[in-house]
Design a protein around this ligand. Structure first.
Ligand code: SAH
Length: 214
């Protein structure tokens, strides 16, 4: 199969699994996932699976990226905060659909590699910072949308505080163990939070503090 055929087959698989938002599907078609996947996993770049990246982390499964992006209801005027840049793939997909993406990562190696890719691909509306994402990004808050791509036992209060009081949406995998995580969506209206359970998922852990290692 050619790359183009692989992409089309992935998009068809996502449609079959219920992804129907044309903007989201088009963003997944546009962003070359193979650039975010390590060399040794190139053949699997368009398979619907999570894959290992540097620092013991993972690039999320395309279905999960598409699903979270769809449920986030991102608009062209939105400023979006992502916690867990990782490979940069989720940030890249979001950047095609909103005004600006702010992404926090605790590993410098991952952040630097992602920034280099964004430059290479001419994705100029993504700003990264090396920081503990559980503390949010006060200087850039409030955000219209927040997506957390690593799992913790609860939504960190600083992150919830960084979410816009008027129609802000935050999506995060919540769970104590790897086997028992649920993707949750929180919607704020007039400062009140409504919570919905979306899907069982499996993400790497949200870890406090910036990594000591590279
Ligand atoms: N969105 C990424 C998924 C990467 S996996 C992608 O599309 O590839 C989750 C990432 O969250 C990892 O890179 C991990 O280092 C990062 N992470 C975990 N805890 C964090 C924290 N407290 N602050 C910032 N990043 C964190």
């Amino acid at each position: 199969m050619s790359r183009q055929e692989e992409v089309i087959s992935l998009l068809m698989a996502l449609r079959r699994q219920g992804i129907s938002d044309a903007r989201v599907l088009s963003a997944l078609e546009t962003v070359p996932r193979e650039r975010f996947v390590p060399r040794s996993y190139q053949e699997q770049a368009y398979e619907d699976v999570a894959l290992p990246i540097a620092c013991g982390q993972t690039i999320s499964q395309p279905f999960v990226v598409a699903y979270m992006t769809e449920k986030l209801k991102v608009g062209m005027r939105h400023r979006v905060l992502e916690v867990g840049t990782g490979s940069g793939y989720q940030a890249a997909v979001l950047s095609r659909l909103c005004r600006r993406v702010y992404s926090l990562e605790r590993y410098r190696t991952l952040m630097v590699a992602a920034e280099e890719l964004f430059r290479d691909l001419d994705y100029h509306n993504i700003t990264c910072m090396l920081a503990d994402g559980t503390k949010g990004w006060e200087a850039q808050a409030p955000f219209d949308r927040i997506v957390v791509t690593a799992a913790g036992p609860e939504v960190p209060p600083d992150l919830m505080a960084n979410l816009s009081d008027e129609g802000g949406i935050l999506i995060a995998p919540i769970g104590e163990s790897s086997e028992n995580q649920k993707l949750m969506r929180y919607t704020k209206t007039h400062g009140d939070v409504v919570e919905e359970e979306l899907l069982p998922v499996r993400f790497v852990h949200l870890v406090h503090g910036v990594a000591r290692e590279l």
